[in-house]
Design a protein around this ligand. Structure first.
Ligand SMILES: [Zn+2]
Length: 265
């Protein structure tokens, strides 16, 4: 039976439609070290092996002694917010859609001075801030100034939502449940659930329940499982027979049995 089509919700004619676009992604080759750190949620800066001076922005040779031996090292990011400015114009489309935009200049306790995006709860300068590196929607590192103390719902700040890829209330599409990527996704989902919820146990599944979506090397019924118990994550792949309902039923059964097997006495 066909479902009657529903009239789409009326758009508010006064509100302007936001243009879909991405933050600027151009980075130099050395700056990718910052991005590699941000992918793990860490602020990494280069330290000279010869004179131990801390470098920013990322560069090929030490600004003090010209040594090319620079190593990426994790930084605490603590420092003083020296000045704040509010952008009311931008030539970049991404920021033009999000004006006004607050940015600040931070002097790290470790030395360098950085320009950072500011979390909405950061007070006016001068004050203490903690600089963190995050991946933006282009997949590149961005530096964000956070308030010194954590506050509840800090992750829901609009600046942080615009500049990072937090999955909260967003849909995540997993296109391949059998590949090593699919396995990694299942493990990451289980770990993420534990990390986000303070739960002790998490179970994640991803796969192809059918009736479509299968292929010869990934037939319908391929399901990846991950169990995360007290910080230890294990995963496996199973193949189930039957239609969509049967595969989903078998998946739930196997996920729960696997959990029972793994729970400590
Ligand atoms: Zn040096």
């Amino acid at each position: 039976m066909s479902m009657p089509m529903m009239r789409p919700k009326r758009k508010n004619p006064i509100l302007r439609t936001r243009v879909m676009n991405l933050p600027p992604s151009a980075r130099g080759r050395v700056a990718l070290g910052l991005t590699a750190g941000a992918a793990e949620g860490r602020l990494m800066l280069q330290v000279c092996e010869r004179c131990a001076s801390l470098q920013y922005p990322p560069r090929e040779a030490c600004a003090g002694c010209l040594s090319p031996e620079l190593r990426w090292r994790e930084q605490s990011g603590e420092g003083d917010l020296l000045a704040v400015t509010i952008l009311r114009h931008s030539n970049d489309l991404y920021f033009r859609e999000r004006l006004p935009w607050r940015i600040g200049m931070v002097k790290l306790d470790a030395g360098p001075t950085l320009i950072v995006h500011l979390h909405g709860e950061v007070a006016e300068a001068p004050c203490r801030v903690r600089v963190g590196a995050r991946l933006d929607r282009s997949g590149q590192a961005v530096l964000i100034g956070f308030p010194e103390q954590e506050t509840p719902h800090m992750a829901d700040d609009p600046v942080l939502r615009d500049m990072t890829s937090d999955p909260k209330f967003r849909k995540v599409l997993i296109t391949d449940g059998k590949s090593p990527v699919g396995q990694a996704v299942a493990r990451a989902m289980a770990l993420g659930a534990v990390y986000r919820s303070l739960a002790e146990v998490a179970v994640a599944v991803t796969g192809i329940a059918g009736p479509t979506g299968g292929s010869t090397e990934k037939p319908v019924g391929t399901v990846w499982f991950a169990w995360c118990i007290q910080g230890v994550c294990t995963s496996e792949m199973r193949q189930f027979e039957g239609d969509r309902a049967a595969i989903r039923c078998a998946t739930v059964g196997h996920a729960l049995n696997g959990l029972l097997d793994r729970l400590p006495e």
